[in-house]
Design a protein around this ligand. Sequence first.
Ligand SMILES: NC(=O)c1ccc[n+]([C@@H]2O[C@H](COP(=O)([O-])OP(=O)(O)OC[C@H]3O[C@@H](n4cnc5c(N)ncnc54)[C@H](O)[C@@H]3O)[C@@H](O)[C@H]2O)c1
Length: 378
Amino acid sequence: MLKKPAERLNNMKTILVTGGAGFIGSAVIRHIINDTEFKVINVDKLTYAGNLESLEEIAANDRYSFEQIDICNSAEIKAVLEQYQPDIIMHLAAESHVDRSIDGPGEFIQTNIVGTYTLLEQARDYWSQLQSVKKAEFRFHHISTDEVYGDLPHPDDLDSSLVTVGDALPLFTETSSYAPSSPYSVSKASSDHLVRAWHRTYGLPTLITNCSNNYGPYHFPEKLIPLIILNALEGKPLPVYGKGNQIRDWLYVEDHARALVLVATKGKIAETYNIGGHNEKQNIDVVNTICDLLEQLVPAKPVGVEKYKDLISYVQDRAGHDLRYAIDASKIFKDLGWKPEESFESGIKKTVQWYLANHQWCANVQDGSYQRERLGVC
Ligand SMILES: NC(=O)c1ccc[n+]([C@@H]2O[C@H](COP(=O)([O-])OP(=O)(O)OC[C@H]3O[C@@H](n4cnc5c(N)ncnc54)[C@H](O)[C@@H]3O)[C@@H](O)[C@H]2O)c1
């Protein structure tokens, strides 16, 4: 027999998501509200990367709440845990842009390491006081990156007549050694170690996922794919680092969101799951694909531009740039049945179409006007 709505609301799990106004966090929250019955609390500081407009379609839902909180503020984290009594914490809040971490590592150390430590300590305190059933079911899910593993051999380093991209080359598995290269990946690696230690030492029920590069709608326009789309439409140079041969394993963000909620609710405590898209692409191939799509979708180009590809501009490589990342996602498939639904071809087309239809979102997030004008926060 179907439960009455009020009863259903009472039995429903409550998930606290940190960083829910960011690119991946907002996809997770849209998925939770649209496809599950869970309640969700979005805890986000609203840095330049956090945009509540990305959540506009679900913001009025009575299963959604927002709290503007810095995860480094232990008193506010304590209060929000006491108020909402979550069953699951999904921790996505982070500084996430590698170039910014090279220019100014301090914020990355603060949010990604000190913030994760603060959250773990408050979660431990909250969890240790829960009643037995709720305590046994509680989970702390830490969302991390494949960049903690450093980089992998690149086909250009090998005899190129024998290997093609992705063929017979090693992949990151859950047992790969940590060898982070940038201040960003070091800060994420440190946070992973903290999470494992809080499980091993204090018994906090934790899970970790390490994912490859995401792409899709609502991605802040400083990252490669939205930057290339928007620059091309404005006739600006399309910056490509070094030779453009860096390989990333691209995953459509909505596939990642499904994987994360599955791990948070069905994953085994203390386990790590690698998540990837089986889409190894060189950066230059990604840029060329976007240019080809724009040729079809927006043939009328800015004045003086004959072909979008003419805008490609090779720039000095990023310091310490990792050459290749690639994920073996067989464990999450075997244990939890997850696999990506989107191919790179279908996902990148959807992404380009989304940016073409959402110029205003891009303008608003770049100047912060949505939050200032509609919500009175900055
Ligand atoms: N984007 C990717 O390709 C990718 C891949 C693998 C893993 N990850 C991880 O996934 C998580 C989310 O990544 P993203 O791309 O959505 O990042 P993002 O930069 O788009 O969003 C980060 C969010 O965290 C919030 N935030 C930052 N500092 C905070 C603080 N001190 N307190 C509270 N909130 C704070 C921001 O306001 C923003 O909403 C990160 O932990 C990142 O390391 C990202």
